[in-house]
Ligand binder design. Structure first.
Ligand code: FNR
Length: 338
């Protein structure tokens, strides 16, 4: 058993989510009690083309391409943030590992995304039937990475194939394996395949297995442990429930959605999150309240982070963090002038 694997043992984890799994939601889930958080999937090419910048005004490490922030890492998530990449190529994956160094705690490869964009590029779930390619990607990553390497799969269309695949993955020397208990063509409300995850956990004994796919069943904190133990896995990772109700990670109990939104907005302002990404998460937490609550309707109509904050009476939060940034920027300018 490798020490690198300990990072993934007995953990409650924020699952990777495109558009949502960015700095503010990751930090919020960690604050509430998540042990690890995954970034949204970032395609290898984007990181290879990005520039690494130490952002003094925010205290973050940014990977950016022009105005686009591809990845923003905050000090509070050091050692607890796993970068998820989309890739179809061992060489490019290795390049990402060299670039990212130990800015993140681990690197995960998405082998479960069934979206046409991923499949057409030979990434995500398209990899599941290409064992040689998987081996090439994982061994190349392992050779280049300074941090643990993992992957997240879906179960295959028959159990024997799933078991064959996970044995090959285990041999690549990965530090953990995430398993979403649905097949490539399955979606909600298809049931998550508990037994098939359990079979993987019983087969793969040298590394932790992370169960995924139970958001529909998770209503309160204790449900996380319930599903972890019934799958006999080491850890559990949550996506949709953590997006609609991030405080699911609070041992003391979930919070009212408006408290979750207020806490999210504080972090979105502190870390200068973009308008579109901020709005996306707030809308997902609001759910049906977008049509029924004045704050929800005001969010739908909002055209900036300031307007979203205003919808919840949080204008002063927006102003506080904007002023803070300005102060730091002008101090930096003064230092440069000296
Ligand atoms: C996802 N999922 C996902 N998976 C992944 O490996 N990389 C990604 O970037 C994303 N992006 C993403 C965005 C959004 C909005 C959702 C809802 C889901 C899938 C996710 O990580 C998880 O595997 C499934 O949602 C099943 O877990 P839950 O939702 O039942 O906890």
């Amino acid at each position: 058993m490798s020490e690198l694997s300990d990072l993934y043992r007995n953990k409650k984890i924020l699952a990777p989510m495109v558009r949502a799994g960015r700095t503010p939601l990751r930090l919020l889930c960690l604050k509430y009690g998540a042990d690890l958080c995954y970034t949204e999937e970032i395609v290898d090419k984007k990181l290879i083309e990005a520039t690494r910048v130490v952002n003094e005004a925010l205290g973050t490490i940014d990977y950016r391409n022009g105005d686009e922030i591809i990845l923003r890492l905050a000090p509070e998530e050091k050692g607890r943030c796993i970068l998820q990449i989309g890739t179809n190529c061992g060489e490019k994956a290795a390049k990402v590992a060299q670039i990212i160094g130990d800015d993140v705690a681990g690197i995960d490869v998405n082998m479960g995304c069934p979206k046409p964009f991923s499949i057409h590029c030979g990434m995500g779930a398209a990899l599941l039937t290409q064992t040689e390619k998987i081996i090439n990607i994982l061994t190349s990553l392992k050779a280049a990475a300074r941090v643990p390497v993992t992957c997240k799969i879906r179960v295959l269309d028959n159990r024997e194939d799933t078991i064959k695949l996970v044995k090959e993955i285990e041999k690549c020397g990965v530090s953990a394996l995430g398993v979403h208990g649905r097949r490539r063509d399955e979606r909600q409300p298809d049931q998550c395949r508990v037994e098939e995850i359990r079979e993987v956990a019983r087969t793969i004994t040298t590394i932790p297995v992370i169960a995924n796919g139970f958001s529909g069943e998770i209503e309160e904190f204790s449900d996380i442990e319930k599903w972890r133990s019934s799958t006999e896995t080491s850890s559990l990772m949550i996506a949709r429930k953590a997006l609609s109700n991030p405080s699911i990670f609070r041992e003391e109990g979930v919070l009212d959605k408006y408290e979750d939104i207020a806490n999210f907005l504080e972090l979105a302002c502190q870390y200068d999150e973009s308008y579109t990404m901020t709005k996306y998460v707030v809308q997902r937490i609001l759910g049906g309240d977008q049509e029924h609550d004045p704050r929800g309707k005001a969010t739908v109509a909002a055209g900036s982070v300031l307007e979203i904050c205003r919808a919840f009476g949080k204008e002063e939060v927006y102003n506080k963090w904007r002023d803070e940034r300005k102060k730091k920027q002008s101090k930096k300018r003064a230092r440069v002038d000296d």
